[in-house]
Design a protein around this ligand. Structure first.
Ligand SMILES: Nc1ncnc2c1ncn2[C@@H]1O[C@H](COP(=O)(O)OP(=O)(O)OP(=O)(O)O)[C@@H](O)[C@H]1O
Length: 862
């Protein structure tokens, strides 16, 4: 039965069918082969061809003057074996110098640029996909014909606007303007050109993402000069007298890295963690950065996306210096970090809606937001899960939602840090298919990954080793370059690591010439080179380097180039008040959604109050007025408990609130999040929480403990106690936020909490007398000011100050006026009370300032 079938390259067992990717016996992947299909001879360089990639195998078919039919049935000219290909799927017909592809009634159709096509005029390099979304498998047909090359889109004028000399002004915006730019990053009314006697004046109309002229953000009106390049979102305009030529860069972003390197300081030494990496990534390409742990993949990606810029070399985007024009390109970037960037306790659509409000221009209508959210949910195939809580989704689904959040602003450059980590092989394959489609539909996609099983869906793969790029080119050619015959890309890793001594078998077999070159170049070297260094040398002499690096970098950039110098990371002009309202609504929503945690926090207050009632006397605070024997010590104990518990509530409520959403914060900060509205949102919602907690606690305490002394200075003692406890909790909350802003993780924050709480007990003045050096230290605690304010409200100095030994109901004989001696605290004046409240407020303000500083310190630390 199997006699006609090919054998496994590893164990020689027969394969299930010709072209099978994996061996049914040993399970290993089969090596990729380049072969001709059917009767067509190998025709590379001899005229129009079709490269067919199926199941990791590639064949090249010559396209002559006759139509070529393709499908699964045996009577096709080109027979494909994948089950999702129809029996008769498509036909390629000649059209003069080129060809067109026609769907002949297939079930799964064909995709070009992410869109289903029925009939498509082919141009050189066009990639047509026939895919199976259920499994993530697909076949790629790449048309090659230099006779029908396309001008790069970024170099084409997409629209010429003749400027009518009778028009007093030209408006530019997303909807209903003279120049309409249909893109979510453009504001409804974005910019305006006024005709004045002095010439044309361009001004930004208060847009969210800004208008840039020659790389500088417009802050005032700009008189237009011939040759000026205006950038609005992904559009560039070149002004010449009477004309604005528009270049639409959506789906047309190329990235060129010219010898980028990154050096960091480690102790007193400087360490080069990225060594002169060069590459050219064309628009809509899907590139994977792979390599062992610590080889520099993330460093390279962050250098390419500008979040941790290289400190040597240059990165160009469509010819513009990326770092120098970071401000104008920032909104065109999508970045999906390893951690999820949406709150887990919100339903998918609600989380995306908040993200959309934060990322899209302020004037985006609610219906537009809804449409955008629906669109991205469809793009990431999560429409069916829109109402589910994010925490209830699988890892792969959560990652898709994070990708969806990044797609909201329709980025043209898309970077992902290990999006497939933790996914099972099936989900990993589907994720790679989704990313492939995102690239096809107009995004330049770069991802870091450890998984190489599905690497062939990428256009290019970069192998990194010891901070060096040892390969950049098509994945199928990588196996040949590294002389790996197993067909397993993971086997490449092992050939890259370690020292490249002369007697290393890899050096002896593959890298002898490079080793000799290295010896010549480094006659004084003490030790051997690394294998990475030798592979890098080999790569730089390879045809892949010439074709995919040197030739690409030598190309003239398509379209107009700007020489900007606006590197600011923060350019959005979102109103801080709008952001504050939005963040507060989201935080409130999150707090209310997390019902279990909310209930625990709220029930704590009455529960602790009930416990206090068990041990405290009902006349603890008023005993002296009733001429009872209750003395100052008893009152102090109750007030101390109220103050300490209030501090505790404040700290515990807030200590994890920033650090637990670190990944989200970092990502949103890079988009446009402002620190003050962010802290403001935390303070507002947490204040509501402490308000309820304080009311619950005081309400329960007041059920038994009598507050109706006539000692109030400004209000009744009950109201003054409420104010003091609110201010105390508020200060605790501010201290908790400091802990959160400076902690590396939620667990770390919680373990720091006791360090903040214990001084509140030690320095409150109840358990120990505060004297000497402890006095200034006590000024730094919240409970010290809280106790003082509470004691003032109840005029503790008027209570008998002796140990409360006698509780039989008679005035203890020892409580003479001598025992009414005043303490330094509790001076019974309104000024004293107000100064203690002011101290609590000052403490809170200082802590919030520290929190802001801590958050600022986290900037650009991805
Ligand atoms: N800021 C820094 N300071 C010092 N060393 C750094 C810094 N950033 C990265 N490194 C070091 O540079 C090397 C490359 O790090 P990078 O994170 O780029 O590797 P990676 O290939 O992405 O690794 P992994 O797959 O484990 O995430 C590592 O040895 C890392 O410790």
């Amino acid at each position: 039965m199997s006699s006609n079938l090919p054998n496994c390259a590893h164990c020689q067992a027969p394969l299930a069918r010709a072209g099978a990717r994996f061996c049914p016996s040993c399970g290993r992947e089969q090596p990729t082969r380049v072969q001709s299909a059917g009767a067509a001879p190998p025709t590379v360089g001899l005229g129009p061809t079709l490269q067919v990639q199926e199941e990791g195998q590639m064949q090249i078919v010559a396209l002559g003057p006759k139509p070529v039919s393709l499908g699964r049935a045996a009577d096709n000219d080109l027979v494909l074996s994948s089950r999702f290909v129809s029996g008769h799927h498509a036909r390629i017909e000649p059209t003069g110098q080129g060809h067109r592809i026609v769907d002949v009634g297939s079930t799964n159709g064909m995709l070009f640029a992410g869109q289903r096509i029925g009939n498509h005029e082919l141009a050189d390099g066009d990639a047509i996909r026939i895919g199976d979304p259920a499994t993530g498998s697909f076949v790629t047909l790449t048309y090659r014909n230099p006779m029908v090359a396309r001008t790069p889109q970024a170099g084409q004028v997409s629209h010429r606007y003749e400027l009518d000399p009778n028009d007093p002004q030209i408006t530019i915006g997303r909807v209903g303007c003279d120049i309409t730019l249909d893109n979510p990053q453009v504001s409804r009314f974005h910019a305006q050109i006024d005709r004045t006697p002095a010439g044309l004046l361009l001004r930004d109309a208060g847009s969210s993402n800004g208008t840039f002229v020659n790389g500088q953000r417009l802050t005032s009106t700009h008189p237009l000069k011939p040759g000026d390049v205006i950038q609005i979102g992904a559009f560039k305009f070149v002004y010449s007298p009477g004309v604005l030529a528009e270049y639409d860069q959506r789906g047309a972003m190329r990235i060129d890295a010219h010898a980028i390197s990154r050096t960091v300081r480690k102790g007193s030494q400087s360490l080069t963690i990225l060594q002169e990496v060069s590459m050219g990534i064309a628009p809509r390409e899907f590139v994977a950065l792979v390599g062992g742990s610590g080889t520099g993949k993330s460093t390279l990606m962050k250098a390419l996306c500008g979040y941790a810029p290289a400190n040597g070399g240059r990165v160009l985007v469509n010819g513009d210096d990326f770092y120098r024009n970071f401000a104008s390109y920032r909104d065109l970037l999508g970045y999906v970090p390893q951690d999820d960037i949406l709150h887990q306790t919100l339903p998918v659509d609600r989380a995306l809606r908040y993200a959309a409000r934060l990322r899209l221009p302020a004037d985006t209508a609610s219906s537009e937001l809804g449409d955008r959210v629906n669109r991205v949910l469809d793009d990431v195939e999560m429409g069916a899960h829109r109402t589910k809580m994010i925490e209830s989704l699988s890892g792969g689904q959560r990652k898709r939602v994070s990708i969806g959040a990044e797609l909201l602003a329709d980025p043209s450059l898309f970077f992902l840090d290990e999006p497939t980590s933790g996914l099972d092989p099936g989900l990993e394959k589907k994720m790679m298919y989704t990313l492939r489609q995102l690239a096809d539909s107009g995004r330049t996609v770069v991802l870091v990954t450890h998984a190489t099983a599905n690497i062939t869906v990428c256009d290019h793969v970069v192998f990194m080793a010891a901070g060096r790029m040892v390969y950049f080119g098509p994945p199928t050619e990588a196996l040949g370059f590294f002389n790996v015959t197993s067909g397993d890309f993971a086997d490449i890793y092992t050939r890259l690591e370690g020292p490249g001594e002369a007697n290393n078998p890899i050096v002896q077999r593959e890298l002898q010439a490079e080793y000799a070159e290295w010896q010549q170049a480094n006659p004084q070297a003490q030790g051997p080179p690394t294998l990475a260094e030798l592979w890098e040398r080999k790569y730089r002499k390879s045809p892949q380097y010439r074709r995919y690096v040197a030739e690409r970098l030598a190309e003239t950039p398509p379209g107009p180039v700007v020489r900007g110098n606006d590197t600011s990371a923060s350019v959005r002009k979102d109103s801080p008040i709008r952001q504050f309202i939005l963040l507060t609504r989201r935080y409130l929503d999150l707090t209310l959604q997390d019902r279990r945690n909310l209930m625990i926090l709220l029930f704590q207050a009455p529960l602790i109050a009930l416990l206090l009632l068990l041990v405290a006397r009902s006349d603890a605070l008023t005993g002296a007025q009733a001429a009872d024997l209750i003395q100052r010590g008893e009152a102090k104990k109750v007030l101390f408990m109220l103050a300490t518990v209030s501090v505790w509530f404040g700290i515990i409520n807030s200590a994890r609130e920033i650090v637990k959403e670190e990944a989200i914060y970092q990502r949103e900060r890079l988009v446009n999040l402002r620190i003050v509205p962010y802290i403001g949102s935390k303070v507002t919602v947490l204040s509501l929480l402490i308000l309820v907690q304080t009311l619950l606690m005081l309400g329960v305490v007041a059920l038994r403990i009598d507050f109706f002394a006539d000692t109030g200075l400004l209000f009744s003692p009950f109201v003054e106690t409420f104010i003091t406890l609110m201010l105390t909790s508020f200060a605790g909350m501010a201290l908790g936020l400091v802990i959160s802003a400076f902690s590396a993780s939620g667990d770390r924050a919680i373990s720091i909490v006791p360090l903040a709480l214990i001084p509140q007990i030690l320095f409150a003045g109840l358990i120990f007398n505060i004297e000497g050096f402890a006095t200034p230290l006590s000024w730094l605690t919240i409970s010290r000011w809280a106790m003082d304010a509470l004691g003032t409200s109840f005029d503790l100095n008027s209570l008998c100050n002796m140990p409360n030994l006698d509780n039989r109901g008679s005035v203890p004989p020892g409580c003479t006026p001598a025992f009414l001696s005043s303490e330094d605290s509790f001076t019974y004046t309104a000024g004293h009370l107000l100064s203690r409240w002011t101290a609590l407020i000052a403490f809170s303000v200082a802590c919030l300032g520290l929190t802001g500083w801590g958050l600022k310190k986290r900037d650009r630390v991805l």
